[in-house]
Design a protein around this ligand. Structure first.
Ligand code: PMP
Length: 374
């Protein structure tokens, strides 16, 4: 295993911020579980703890390291250009700052100013494209990135939409971290019952679900080898994989249309999200209102400063648990472990209306009256 794929544990001194990519905590959301009336454990993989602040840091690091290893990226010559909703851009800008690459990030207008400021502060450049441009049009973030690549000497698009190192970063990294967290916990039952994640490029859900299937297949074949059981046990133990998709995205079905939540949903099916989706059992659609209300609730009750797509993932997880037969069976089981990926933090959205509105309206005591009586 390379440093990219291993699960290390922050002993001693790290050589740079790159070593603080990933290795994020798995946190039990017991207050949310109780208030939502479910009995299963809700275990959140909280990605804003990563160096660049999101689930996309691992793929940025892995895509760069692999391209360097096979000679496609040349320090001092190559210019990293990438179309992104912003978090891959932050990851690539961070890697580029440390390794000395020129980096140009192309992202739709809709994506937050916070992401642009973060990318620029890391020394990368940002180009904005119209949000409504279709993915295959020349004006879209993908179209403009291609034009820049063709025009700039040394320009290279690592292409998170098609690069196998996107899902592989989660197969070898994120999944192994989740497994390590559960195995070193004091839980009686250490199996993953359900895995819930939003899909943008689909790299997270594709890599995680493949790793989960491979792991559970290995486990059940060693079990049936040991006690001669047939395939029945393996089937009963099969974890459920739930993909969450915003209303307005084509990935989980439905009409393409506008929505505010950033980083999930598309108007095309990216190559890394296997078109046959063999490992995804169920798609849950969420609205902006559901996602943002959940983000506020989790910030206030769990003290976790999560972003909008994290709210969507949790709102989707709870819809699955409340509204589907498979989910209801899990919701009543105290031993069930429902792992939910929370992709980024509120740092990326502080100036967005949806955040400010909710935060500034947050219920407080009658402080105004108390002040008046001082
Ligand atoms: N949430 C946010 C905020 C993101 O930036 C992304 C990446 N586009 C995702 C969720 C989805 O991750 P993936 O691309 O791996 O599907």
């Amino acid at each position: 295993m390379t440093a990219t794929t291993s699960t290390h544990h922050w002993n001693g001194i790290l050589s740079s911020a790159l070593e603080a990519v990933g290795n994020t905590p798995l946190i039990a959301l017991d207050r949310l579980r109780d208030s939502e009336g479910v009995n299963c454990r809700l275990l959140a993989k909280v990605e804003f703890f990563s160096a660049g602040g999101s689930v996309k840091d691992r793929i940025a690091k892995r895509m760069v390291e692999r391209a360097e290893a096979d000679g496609r990226l040349i320090p001092g010559h190559s210019v990293i250009i990438e179309p992104t909703s912003g978090n891959t851009g932050i990851g690539l800008a961070l890697v580029s700052a440390l390794k000395g690459y020129r980096c140009i990030i192309v992202m739709p207008e809709k994506m937050s100013r916070e992401k642009e400021a973060t990318i620029r502060s890391l020394g990368a450049e940002v180009v904005r494209t119209p949000t409504e441009a279709g993915w295959d049009s020349e004006e879209s973030h993908i179209g403009v990135a291609k034009k820049l690549r063709d025009a700039i000497p040394g320009g290279i698009i690592l292409d998170q939409y098609a690069n196998e190192n996107n899902p592989l970063a989660h197969y070898h990294g994120t999944y192994q971290e989740i497994k390590h967290s559960i195995e070193t916990s004091d839980l009686q039952c250490k199996r993953i019952t359900a895995l819930v994640a939003g899909a943008g490029t689909g790299g997270t859900i594709t890599g995680l679900s493949k790793a989960l299937r491979d792991d559970q297949a290995k486990e059940s074949s060693s079990k049936s080898g040991a006690n001669g059981a047939d395939g029945q046990d393996a089937d009963e133990a099969k974890a459920v994989v739930v993909a969450v998709d915003p209303v307005g995205s084509l990935l989980g079905g439905g009409q393409v249309g506008p929505y505010q939540v950033e980083g999930i949903g598309y108007d095309f099916v990216p190559e890394v999200l296997d078109p046959n989706k063999p490992n995804i059992d169920c798609w849950i659609k969420t609205t902006d209102d559901e996602a943002f209300a959940m983000a506020h609730k989790v910030i206030r009750t769990e003290g976790l400063l999560i972003g909008g797509s994290s709210g969507a993932a949790l709102a989707g997880a709870l819809k699955f648990l409340h509204d589907t037969p498979a989910g209801r069976a899990i919701a009543t089981n105290e031993d069930a472990n429902v792992v939910v990926i929370l992709p980024d933090g509120i740092r990326n959205y502080i100036s967005k209306e949806w955040f400010l509105d909710g935060a500034l309206r947050a219920p407080t005591s009658n402080l105004a009256q108390e002040i008046a009586h001082i």
